[in-house]
Design a protein around this ligand. Structure first.
Ligand code: GDP
Length: 461
């Protein structure tokens, strides 16, 4: 499915750096590069074997002026990123050199690549499936080492393979049922409703397995959205500062992409936390007073974890109760702070009320109990698995949603089999599950969705 146009883009970051790369992809890649690149040997790039780095220069042929000293490499289809003919030119990394060389490729007939177009071509040309293409973006935007690891595995095709296996098994079921329908007089192995149901549920269990890790995968990818709430002076900012000290990687402030607030991102024991609106958190003692429980709930709506802080040395107040109420609509943990003072009574009461696994005590001031809190966070994210040793972690909300729908379709198919419905009815549900899984891998995905996915990439990817 070769696309007609030959495209080009700068594939490295635009800024000052030692090296920058311009990629040209498409049937005319060699012809385009031939109009600007001259090998020092005097030979043409096409005279060299594929994947051989060639030293030379870029010229602007319109006035024969020298532009830059470069290395060029030709990668013959299908052994390239896009599976098309590709030429990459490594030049000096300044914006001027890159832009100039890029404009020369346009003058030589290349079209500007759209967002994600190189990766999209790799997908359309069948080199990678959609999960692998999406993993490219995940690798680029990974927020933690664990997330990078998962994305790399996905890019390597682990998820794709698991999904293809599940689809194949479902197709076997369909083929078998259709054979029984189409050739009733033939001696096709009878299959009982009980057996059909068993097969379908087994395959459904495979999907459940994939879903069971999605919670972890999503947090590692997107970060755990965390809000620290509590009444004034319980120690929220002290806890935040203590966490920032614990943190073993870079803290960055960036404008959230989905909402216009400043978020603080930190890694606690490899778990990426996104503390939204730190300024707000600092004042969040006022949340409940000013906003009431309902508004606080609304604010917490897309929070992954609410950390409720109470001052254990003071006992509980009506205000604390309101904060618990608001927090309980989300996953939460209660921190009994100031354990360097006498907090035993409050700690016991809360453990009794909310369960020992939801209540922790620590001192933001002395740091006592902070390790336990980190361990709790890790447990919350990884469940009983602790590490990422094996298994496939679905990191992508799109995949998760489609897996859920496929599982639902299989449950309906299982139910239809239980009810002894005609084979046709069972087949419809199983086929729906097959299509939904195909939508994840890109086998049965509508064009608009493909375009939507790649439009989230940047130019040059
Ligand atoms: P916020 O209003 O909830 O953000 O509370 P702060 O973090 O500003 O803390 C309020 C007061 O409690 C400050 O004087 C802190 O020094 C003190 N504080 C915070 N954490 C602890 C703790 O663990 N032990 C003790 N003894 N004092 C603490």
């Amino acid at each position: 499915m070769m696309t007609e146009d030959t495209i080009s883009a700068v594939i490295t970051a635009l800024g000052q750096s030692a090296v920058g790369i311009v990629r040209i992809s498409g049937a005319d890649a060699l012809a385009v590069s031939g109009k600007l690149f001259r090998a020092a040997s005097g030979k043409s790039l096409a005279d060299y074997p594929s994947h051989k780095m060639v030293y030379g220069h870029i010229y602007d042929l319109r006035d024969n002026s020298l532009v830059d000293e470069v290395l060029a490499v030709y990668m013959a289809a299908p052994h390239s990123y896009t599976a098309e003919d590709v030429v990459e030119i490594q030049c000096h990394g300044g914006i001027q050199a890159l832009q100039k060389i890029l404009s020369l490729t346009y003058a030589a007939g290349a079209k500007p690549a759209e967002r994600g177009e190189f990766t999209k071509r790799a997908f359309l040309n069948g080199r990678i499936d959609l999960t692998q293409a999406e993993a490219v973006m995940d690798i680029i935007s990974s927020r933690s080492e664990a997330s990078l690891k998962l994305a790399a595995r996905q890019q390597n095709g682990e998820l794709a393979e698991a999904l293809h296996n599940l689809r194949r098994q479902l197709l076997d079921v369909v083929v078998h049922l259709e054979a029984v329908i189409d050739y009733p007089e033939e001696d096709i192995e009878e299959i009982t409703f009980g057996e059909v149901k068993k097969r379908i549920l087994e395959i459904g269990a495979g999907i459940s397995d994939l879903l069971s890790n999605a919670h972890t995968g999503r947090i590692l990818r997107e970060g755990l959205r965390t809000a620290i709430i509590g009444r004034p002076n319980v120690g929220k900012s002290s806890l935040l500062n203590a966490l920032l000290k614990e943190e073993r990687a870079i803290v960055s402030e960036y404008a959230g992409t989905t909402r216009d607030v400043i978020e603080e991102q930190l890694l606690i024991d490899g778990v990426p936390l996104v503390l939204s609106d730190t300024a707000g958190i600092r004042k969040s003692g006022d949340y409940v007073e000013q906003l009431g429980v309902q508004k606080t709930r609304d604010l917490l709506k897309d929070t992954g974890l609410v950390v409720c802080v109470v001052d254990g040395s003071e006992g509980l107040t009506a205000e604390d109760e309101e904060i618990f109420q608001a927090a309980a609509t989300r996953p939460y943990v209660i921190i009994v702070n100031k354990s360097d003072l006498n907090v035993a009574a409050t700690f016991d009461i809360l453990k009794q009320r909310f369960g020992a696994d939801k209540v922790m005590t620590l001192s933001a001031k002395t740091g006592a109990g902070m390790d336990e809190f980190s361990a709790w966070l890790k447990g919350y994210v990884y469940g009983d698995k602790e590490t990422l040793s094996g298994g496939i972690y679905v990191q992508n909300a799109r995949h998760e949603e489609l897996l859920r729908q496929a599982l639902h379709a299989l449950k309906e198919a299982g139910q239809a089999a239980s009810d002894g419905m005609p084979y046709d009815c069972i087949i419809i549900d199983v086929r729906r599950a097959i299509d939904l899984l195909g939508e994840i891998t890109g086998d049965t995905v509508p064009d608009e969705i493909i375009n939507e996915i790649f439009s989230r990439f940047c130019i040059g990817k």
